[in-house]
Design a protein. Structure first.
Length: 416
């Protein structure tokens, strides 16, 4: 009897270990397939003759034009470079796209290199002004490619671009960056925004700090400066929404009730930045505590707002709100905003239940397993709005960036 119990026990232990191993494989395969579904959607948009993906792609994956947008291309490079840890062949694809970007989508002025917003149709789109969104996200893919490849030559080019970016947009008197730079006259007064505070950090600089260990001091000063301004100026405690526009001295500019607009996604995005920065070792302990407290507080307040469809977190949240009246301005639900919510909540274990509800909604609603890619917006009834899945700024980034953060925070789970 003892003999049977001993081997029965060994048998049962073996079954448990096998079950755990199979469960782990299942999770990894599901995670991989979500990345693959996002990237492979753009396969039909690859232009072999030029070695680049076309940016404007319809709901089913067919190309709409021959245009290549800097942000869309850079975000594809990001997705390919990051996914190379799961699909090694994607590193070569990312390098090929980066070669196109560096040779065909850069221009130079007296300050240095900058990204051309768009090429295609036999023309180069060159405006008189550069906006910080396109210039920051132009560095997004190259930075992730360096993190994956450790190519010293690429890093040298990134340094040139980063130095020019900082010189071009930085306000040396009041700190932070302007959102617009005129190639003839310099920074444009009155253009400071929440984006000019957050996007340089979230688009590439925090990731570059992570990857470029030898030169971290190059980035720490800027990041700390932006975090300090953001902490004191972005959150509007009286209305429970982020301030989005500022004057040249970073005083919030409150719009009239008729024009005021904010997205819940920006609340979540700002909360995520505060929570992420609370873990960066170059941030003082005092500020780490302050940033974590603010990020958690913003999350909790946003979750209690009247932004949920049918008052249910399981249905997702509206796309646009008047922050002064709390009137719903956009009743559609947007994929990128729910990605930002998941990123923020993944840093806050005490809100795990809310995280799981939004996560389930996101994967059920925005991940198109039938046609590939991610649906940009769904309507009140939960039906997809048929619009291009590849646009000026939309490719694979928000989805894969969210998966990356969830994986790193241990919140990827099994239900994706």
């Amino acid at each position: 009897m003892v003999f049977l119990n001993k081997y029965s026990l060994l048998f049962l232990v073996g079954l448990v270990l096998l079950s755990c191993a199979q469960s782990k494989v299942k999770k990894e395969n599901t995670y991989d397939s979500s990345i693959k579904n996002s990237i492979s959607f753009f396969d039909k948009a690859f232009d072999n003759s030029r070695g680049v993906y076309l940016s404007e792609v319809d709901f089913l994956g067919d190309t709409i034009s021959s245009k290549i947008h800097t942000v869309a291309l850079s975000r594809l490079i990001y997705g390919l470079a990051y996914s190379s840890k799961y699909f090694p062949e994607n590193l070569k694809r990312a390098e090929r796209l980066a070669k196109f970007q560096m040779s065909r989508m850069l221009e130079k002025d007296s300050v240095g290199l900058y990204f051309i917003p768009e090429v295609g149709e036999g023309k180069i789109s060159q405006s008189e002004s550069l906006d910080i969104w396109q210039q920051a996200y132009g560095l997004c893919g190259l930075t992730e490619l360096y993190r994956s490849s450790k190519d010293a030559g690429l890093l040298a080019e990134i340094h040139h671009l980063n130095e020019a970016f900082i010189e071009r947009f930085r306000d040396t008197e009041n700190g932070g960056f302007y959102s617009e730079y005129n190639l003839n006259s310099g920074v444009v007064s009155g253009t400071k925004t929440i984006q000019s505070l957050m996007y340089p950090i979230t688009a590439y600089m925090a990731n570059l700090w992570l990857a470029d260990k030898t030169n971290r001091l190059k980035y720490e000063e800027i990041i700390k400066e932006h975090l300090s301004i953001a902490y004191s100026k972005v959150w509007n405690d009286s209305i429970g929404w982020v301030n989005t526009k500022f004057d040249d001295k970073w005083n919030p500019m409150i719009e009239s009730k008729e024009k005021a607009w904010v997205t819940p996604g920006h609340n979540f995005q700002f909360a995520a930045l505060m929570l992420r920065s609370a873990k960066w070792p170059f941030v003082s302990v005092e500020n780490q505590v302050k940033y974590e407290k603010m990020g958690t507080s913003i999350l909790k307040e946003t979750l209690t707002k009247d932004i949920w469809i049918n008052d249910s977190i399981t249905k997702g949240f509206y796309g646009g709100i008047n922050p002064l009246t709390n009137k719903v301005l956009d009743k559609n639900r947007s994929w990128w905003q729910h990605c930002e919510a998941l990123i923020a909540l993944s840093f806050c274990p005490e809100l795990k239940e809310e995280f799981e509800s939004i996560k389930q909604f996101y994967f059920d609603s925005f991940v198109d397993v039938k046609n590939g890619g991610e649906i940009a917006n769904i309507d009140l009834e939960g039906k997809p709005i048929i619009e291009p899945k590849g646009q000026k700024g939309k490719s694979v980034y928000h989805h894969i960036e969210m998966l990356r953060v969830l994986n790193e925070t241990g919140m990827a789970g099994a239900n994706n």
